[in-house]
Write a protein that binds this ligand. Structure first.
Ligand SMILES: Cc1cc2nc3c(=O)[nH]c(=O)nc-3n(C[C@H](O)[C@H](O)[C@H](O)COP(=O)(O)OP(=O)(O)OC[C@H]3O[C@@H](n4cnc5c(N)ncnc54)[C@H](O)[C@@H]3O)c2cc1C
Length: 394
């Protein structure tokens, strides 16, 4: 007889899991609180649907904090496997100039989602929407707000993290697991804007402007790319990638320090050799080729004497220090860390305290930068767990 598999939460982790479960072995149902599956998946598609990244597996794995628990999943279903899988449904992908991977131009996020949902339908996966899971009753039965109660041979939770609550990923589930004795790490924002107490005259002139081709560093981690100056502080891919270090420093000291190399292509000595003391601003524009917001940063944050001292100026260009005093609210973050403590799950994502109950996706306590790493990890966990269950119950 087929076993029942109940998947609660209908995001990308759930969809890839359901698609890879053996329909000969399992009757699979996804329960989702929203009217439709994959709302956050569609939100992710709004600013460019960055499904994964093209770098090799060795590099890829190092992007996760921690990374060990994901190695097997990423090995079983890596970025190339994802591309091949999508291609099998006529969704070709391409590698952008940033080495990120997107669906081929013209393919909308909703088309990707619909294609995956069609596949689930074909495989006989049942989808029950507007089913808000509320935990277990005292007989260990799954309870839903609709009044539905059910038991299942295997239950998989893929309830997401705790940001962008309007997509359904509210993190309320943390209480239900806590009540079962599962350790929950408090949620914190990741891949979010970071707060800086800008000088008024600087931010009035530079709000919304990008700092392009920079290297931003926090502690031992550095990221090349672009950041955007906002009234709140800084945002953008390069600073998001430093989230673990920034968060650690904020937690310890209520402030964090980042340094920015405003001119990665030149060394301090090269900058010094190119500058002379006359008409320095003009030289920064013409000889060093620094853009206006970078020069404004230097002018507003160095004293006049420092700005006119070529050595000090060159060092500031290469090593510009900024103090971060906070992070954006949890709900505005692209992703969250916290949730199910990784010590609570086996290497197969099974909850140690609740046998035959598994958790996958962003609800686990790990961090990944933007760049497609978040979605790839969810896809990989889904496929890995499906393979494990197919083997275990086959
Ligand atoms: C603005 C934005 C842009 C992003 N861009 C990218 C990107 O370009 N690339 C990338 O890799 N990642 C991106 N992400 C992150 C990515 O979307 C998430 O990491 C990913 O969707 C997490 O997948 P998941 O399956 O774990 O959970 P989710 O996608 O969060 O899905 C969880 C589902 O569970 C449901 N649920 C929650 N609680 C209950 C309950 N009690 N009962 C029933 N159902 C419930 C929710 O409604 C939701 O549908 C972005 C995120 C945001 C917010």
């Amino acid at each position: 007889m087929k076993k029942t598999v109940t998947i609660i939460g209908g995001g990308p982790a759930a969809m890839l899991l359901a698609s890879h479960l053996d329909s000969e072995l399992f009757n699979v149902t996804i329960f989702e609180r929203n009217k439709a599956l994959g709302r956050k998946f569609l939100v992710a598609g709004k600013g460019g649907f960055n499904l994964t990244h093209s770098e090799n597996l060795e590099q890829f794995i190092t992007r996760y904090t921690p990374s060990e628990f994901l190695i097997e999943a990423l090995t079983v279903f890596n970025n190339n496997d994802l591309r091949a899988w999508l291609k099998s449904f006529d969704i070709p992908t391409f590698i952008g100039s940033s080495k990120r991977i997107y669906p081929e131009k013209g393919i909308k996020p909703i088309e990707v989602l619909t294609t995956i949902l069609d596949d689930l339908k074909q495989k006989g996966v049942q989808i029950k929407t507007e089913q808000n899971w509320l935990g277990w009753n005292d007989k260990k039965v799954l309870v839903f707000e609709s009044g539905l109660m059910l038991s299942s041979d295997i239950t998989i939770f893929s309830l997401g993290g705790s940001s962008w609550k309007k997509t359904g990923s509210s993190g309320e589930w943390a209480t239900y697991f806590s009540e079962k004795g599962v350790n929950i790490i408090p949620f914190e924002a990741s891949n979010c804007a970071y707060e800086i107490n800008w000088k008024n005259d600087f931010i009035d002139k530079n709000e919304g402007k990008p700092l392009k081709n920079i290297i931003i560093s926090c502690k031992n981690n550095s990221k090349k790319g672009e950041i955007v100056i906002t009234r709140f502080g800084l945002e953008g891919g390069a600073i998001y990638a430093l989230s673990p270090e920034i968060r650690n420093q904020l937690n310890q000291n209520k402030k964090a320090e980042v340094t920015i190399d405003l001119k990665p292509s030149l060394t301090v000595d090269e900058i010094i050799s190119k500058l002379s003391s006359e008409k320095l601003t003009q030289q920064l524009v013409k000889t060093i080729k620094l853009e206006k917001p970078k020069i404004d940063l230097l002018k507003h944050y160095l004293s006049r004497e420092e700005f006119l001292d070529i050595k000090v100026l060159a060092n500031a260009i290469k090593n510009f220090r900024l103090e971060i005093v906070g992070s954006a609210p949890l709900d505005e973050a692209i992703s969250t860390v916290g949730g199910i403590d990784l010590n609570e799950i086996s290497s197969n994502f099974e909850l140690n305290k609740l046998p035959n109950n598994y958790t996958i996706g962003e609800m686990l306590n790990y961090d990944a930068p933007t760049g497609g790493y978040l979605l790839q990890s969810c896809f990989s966990m889904g496929v890995f767990l499906a393979n494990h269950l197919n083997k275990r119950h086959g």
